[in-house]
Design a protein around this ligand. Sequence first.
Ligand code: NDP
Length: 477
Amino acid sequence: MQDREHIYIGGAWVRPMREAAPLAVVNPATARAIARVPACSGEDVATAAAAARAALAAWSALTPVQRAAYLQQIAQGLKARADELARLITSEVGTPIKQCGRLQVAGPLYAWGQYARLAAEFAFESEVGHSLVVREPVGVIAAITPWNYPLHQVTCKVAPALAAGCTVVLKPAETAPLSALLLAEVIHAAGLPAGVFNLVTGDGPGVGEALVTHPEVDMVSFTGSTAAGKRIAALCAPSVKRLALELGGKSAAVVLDDADFAAAAKGIVAACFQNAGQTCSAHTRMLVPASAYAQIKPLVAAAAASYAAGDPMDEATRLGPIANQRQLERVRAAIAQGQASGAELVAGGGPLPTGGFFVAPTVFGQVDPASPLAREEIFGPVLSIISYRDEAHAVALANDSDYGLAGGVWSADVQRAVRVARQMRTGQVDINGAPFNIQAPFGGHKQSGLGRENGVYGMEEFLELKSIQMPLPPKAA
Ligand code: NDP
């Protein structure tokens, strides 16, 4: 058991101000507690926010190159602990160890280095006509993150915020806070000035809301459920607090009639089942030509069969457990609802490892586009195949969603695929399974959120624009 008794505020590891029962961190593969972390209170939030405010002036006054040096130092510190991070995230989230280094650690390592470079190169000032346009840090940032990609989600906020000259109070998810605590150790070792980064642990409704509503917080950057995002937006409204929201999705992968069906089946199952389906941009709706459904169905079933659930510490495992008990119950309820809806069960069921939060990889076919299976985010390894009549119908179905985060198009004709991609109301679209690009903007339309993360676009979220009008030269007499 790895007990953590301290939180990180003002450059020091401190005990929470109030004694409260600690929060257990549970390994989802065994359902056993592996650590306990402090349950903070609003008083800790206030101390952390004050520390972040006190540090802001000096941190934002550093040159971008000076800030970049700290970020580079953090990137190196994380790199030195990369294997430890992968094992930690596998034990707190359940991501299979074979994929964990690539999926959960390599991206954040790259991103810290990327923001060091961007901070050093970015044009924080420009001129337009007689105005000097200055990009200034927004101020104190509250970063609230979920459990599915814990280090990635934290990095997407903290690294660009620091690069922009902001200071941060982070509240990681209570069920997977261990990699964030390790990051705080790395940040401390990098010698970041006291108060620039602060970390409090605790629950969303208590500690999260205290942070969101704290008057010293200038902006909230949140990733998680659309329901919590709406609540946070409402809490930010009275003070018109700046807000960035990265929320849920129900992304569609459109298989056009000229696609390589075998490649599409394999690619879409992978894009749905990655991290046991707990990915906001997972391709959870597979749109196929009605005339090709019978041909595509067995290809999808075969692809799903290669994702047997198993021990995530086993190198051979491709599908780990669901990350926590609460999520397991949600996924099981969604599968039961799908079975009751009359959709065809193409893959699912069968024996599962005992002891942990496992569900079988599940595929439903002939899914009614109006059913909850086709409309609601499940956040588990559950794929819905929906049939379409023609290309226009496919686009209409893809866009018939409250969400608009991601999607895919599969076709032998890349130009045709791009034409369909342009019609999709989502923040990103992958053609023929093209991989995630951490330099490209990431975020959603509609109820998938507000703003963009990643690359230079992610840093711009933490900058406020100011126009300084310079005096015009005196007119010639
Ligand atoms: P939440 O949205 O509840 O949690 C995400 C983060 O927000 C956590 O740190 C949580 O705290 C915090 N939080 C929750 N409510 C508030 C609040 N009122 N004020 C401030 N902070 C808050 O996600 P869940 O873990 O409950 O997962 C539910 C669903 O959300 C999933 O089924 C999935 O559909 C979606 N989801 C989407 C993610 C994405 O990447 N877009 C990531 C995770 C989930 P804590 O959990 O510590 O109490």
